[in-house]
Design a protein around this ligand. Structure first.
Ligand code: BYC
Ligand code: FE
Ligand code: FE
Length: 472
């Protein structure tokens, strides 16, 4: 087991003490990070005691310690999963050869770009969620928001560690840029579109942690299959934290759906809004919006980058080492649907160039499973309404389907038809205003806002009524 060095100003299990140059570089970056946290992290609540978990080891069991912490005192540190003895490159042209402990010169630019893109999403999400503390539906939810926020901050540290350790001056400059870009900023936006969208109500927050953090899971899993071992080990540990983020999203949506269904049944006209809840069609429109943005996060269906990165062993498929027998992905094809004029045409492309789509397949299947579960909740409430996963062609900004118009079932339509029905498929200003109107904070332990069901259990074995955030 690796123990965490808590004497160091930066907790770590990478022997930072033995590398003075790296330690100094990170210590120079740290004040800028803390300043960013104050400016762009959660607005308010910084002096509150929050019941947070902190990583204290990289062990598969017992890596987390729970206690009251003020967010600025959270011990953001650098934790890598333990090395696997004799690990070999899982996929691509070098599959089976020993993994690299240093960056291979020919892959330096590509790896830096991948790490920067990953790193950029972490602070972006904190920026997007900055105002949400003010409208939390309960102390339990408020605490979960902040848990996600501090851990996304730690994920930024994880990527900055790699940039500082392995990419010299360029890496240090990139680490500074990660603190300079801002979500939604016209001049210095974050890199990927989903991370520039406002996320200022709790229905959006749960959609975000359900669908965007789940992209995080799949991208981190693909990077955990990297031949560059420090990246793989970093991402493997991040994945253990990521599970909670997705739990927050999945259960948060389930609770809104459950409550929305209950209130629909309760109302004589089947109108959840009349009962102060969120109606299921509105929830569907939020799902359609966020999921379509998150499908974009996988990049284009046909990508030479993705093919090159797979071939080079920089990124693998989901579960490359464990789920596949054949690791070259050569002489194989994938059938994709192309837009040609007014028609949709199926064509085969070499498997390597479809690697983004291969990863999106696994992600999409997991989203379908979740919606199936939520539909059981709706059925149990006695309603026949069913939520659906929008087709992956619907409302896309990146890739083969960007610029064309599709309905949520994936059928090709023209722009006028799309615009005429937009308000049925994507949330409207009126939906947004309604949802925002429900967002009033509940800061009393054991109380829950009316529009969302309480969680089935609390955090770390604590009851729901526990004082997850202290307000005295
Ligand atoms: N928005 O061939 P293409 C997480 C750009 S989430 C804007 O389609 P490629 C988290 C692309 O950069 C996980 N631009 O894509 C979640 C390129 O630009 P340039 C984050 C986009 O290169 C919640 C051009 O379009 N991790 O951890 O095959 C909270 C054409 O590129 C978008 C990663 O993303 C977009 N959606 O792959 C906190 C992993 N999509 O070069 C955290 C690292 C594409 O022409 N990133 N573009 O200027 C990657 O592996 C790849 O960059 C991508 C794109 C898979 C994202
Ligand atoms: Fe993250
Ligand atoms: Fe996350």
């Amino acid at each position: 087991m690796s123990t965490i060095d808590y004497n160091s100003s930066i907790p770590n299990n990478v022997n930072l003490d033995s590398d003075r140059r790296l330690q100094r570089a990170l210590e120079r970056w740290q004040p800028g990070y803390l300043q960013w946290w104050q400016e762009m992290g959660p607005d308010g609540f910084q002096a509150r005691d929050i019941y947070l978990r902190t990583a204290i080891s990289a062990d598969s069991d017992g890596w987390a310690h729970f206690d009251y912490v003020k967010m600025p005192d959270y011990r953001w540190g650098i934790f890598l999963a333990d090395p696997e003895a004799g690990r070999t490159i899982p996929g691509g042209d070098h599959a089976g050869k020993p993994v690299w402990q240093e960056v291979p010169g020919e892959h330096r630019t590509a790896l830096r770009r991948i790490i920067v893109t990953q790193g950029d999403t972490e602070p972006a999400s904190v920026e997007q969620q900055r105002q949400l503390g003010k409208t939390a539906p309960s102390l339990y939810d408020l605490r979960n928001l902040f848990q996600v926020n501090v851990e996304e901050g730690r994920h930024l540290w994880a990527m900055v560690y790699l940039l500082h350790s392995y990419f010299g001056k360029e890496g240090r400059d990139e680490a500074d840029e990660l603190l300079a870009r801002r979500s939604g900023d016209a001049d210095k936006p974050r890199i990927l579109d989903a991370f520039n969208q406002p996320c200022d109500d709790w229905l959006s927050f749960f959609c975000f942690t359900m669908f965007a953090d789940r992209d995080g899971k799949y991208q981190l899993a693909a990077l955990a299959e990297s031949g560059f071992d420090p990246l793989s080990r970093t991402c493997r540990f991040m994945l253990t934290e990521e599970a909670h983020h997705m739990f927050v999203g999945d259960t948060g949506l389930e609770r809104i759906i459950r409550r929305g269904a209950e209130l629909t049944v309760l109302d004589p006209n089947g109108d959840a809004r009349a009962q102060g809840g969120i109606d299921l069609p509105t929830i569907q429109r939020f799902i359609n919006y966020w999921l379509s943005y998150c499908l974009d996060l996988f990049g284009s269906e046909v990508s030479t980058n993705a093919g090159d990165w797979f071939g080079a062993g920089l990124k693998g498929r989901f579960g490359e080492a464990r789920r596949y027998d054949e690791h070259s992905a050569l002489d194989q094809a994938k059938t994709l649907t192309f837009v040609e004029g007014d028609r949709l045409v199926e064509r085969e492309v070499p498997l390597r160039s479809a690697m983004n789509e291969v990863l999106r397949d696994d992600y999409y299947a997991e989203c379908e499973n979740a919606v199936r579960r939520w539909n059981k909740t709706i059925a149990a409430a006695g309603l026949s309404f069913e939520l659906t996963v929008p087709h992956r062609r619907f409302h896309r900004r990146q890739g083969l389907y960007a610029g064309a118009f599709f309905d949520p079932a994936g059928a090709r339509i023209d722009e006028a038809t799309f615009e005429a029905q937009r308000g049925e498929w994507l949330f409207t200003d009126a939906d947004k205003a309604y949802v925002n109107g429900l967002m009033t904070p509940v800061h009393e332990a054991g109380k829950m806002a009316h529009w969302i069901a309480p969680p089935r259990r609390g955090i770390n074995g604590m009851p729901f009524e526990f004082e997850y955030v202290r307000f005295d």
